[in-house]
Unconditional design. Sequence first.
Length: 356
Amino acid sequence: MSSRLRHRLGDMPESLWSRVADLPLTIAEQRWESVAPPGEPEHGRYILHLTDGTSEGLGEEIGGVMMDEDGAFLALAPSLPLAGSWTLASFSDHVAGLDLWPAPPEWDMARRLRRWAFESAALDLALAQSGRSLAEALGRTSAPVRFVNSLGLGDPPAFATLARRLERYPALRFKLDAEPSWPASLIAEVAATGAVDVVDFKGRYGIAVEDEAALLAMYREVVARFPDAILEDPHDLPEVAELLAPHAARVSFDAPIATAADITTTIVNVKPSRIGSVRALLDIYDHCEQAGVRMYGGGMGEREVARGQIELLASLFHPDSTNDVAPSPYNLADLVAGLPQSPLVPSAPAPGFRWA
């Protein structure tokens, strides 16, 4: 190797993945449990417990019952060969080679959601076994996390959906799921609150557009009424691209993002469970910091341990952004009193991959 090449390699920053890839990981047993809200078994999530007999690592399988209606995965999971001595990297490679689907999923994204349960549990256990927090292992410092409340305005859409929340929590900020059914009067009323930071068009999920004229009318109103809001996942239509061209600096993507190579905008919503692997996630963080891409965090409906994990990641990489990581009770139809408010203040770092 030439001295010039050695010098160039020496100037390259150490990757985040390299800081955790070689963490030793010992797994003696695995256990799965199904956790559901009271009276809502159809919304159950699967929690993976990896143990060495002393320490435990937890991961949340986001799809849960909804992606396993016949219980085939929950029956298969305990027989998966996870026990042994690994590094975090070798375990990740091992899981990537396992067949985690008794029947192929409807969406390829589901494969990454399921893999995240294994990867996040392994990271949690490996850090606990090393006696280090994620912040310490990555050389980062946690900071208070600003969050937004993500929701739709109902069917039919109504301003009251937002107003009830603002009445109880006047400082609450929002990420709203836009619909072609939003009338101009409703958009104006919502915009007048000044409380919306992100408008999510959900245009990259392959959902058929039934009324293109109504969709374009909604886009025109949103772009005009929310001049500072992030515009997330716009539809892949020429007319939409033309409308948004002057606003390219505030267009963000979420659904298409699985690797750093997928990032084409100057803003991106980083969803760990959608990305699916610790390495791909850390590579995205590296890429965004080096390229000057603005990040904010999001989730896929995490309710259990994974909710705290995405809050922790937000606190380490983009605490001041419009993070869609509000505590789980903010997903309820009506908000109760006494919820934690933005920003969320992190506890002292503790070994593992946990918020607290």
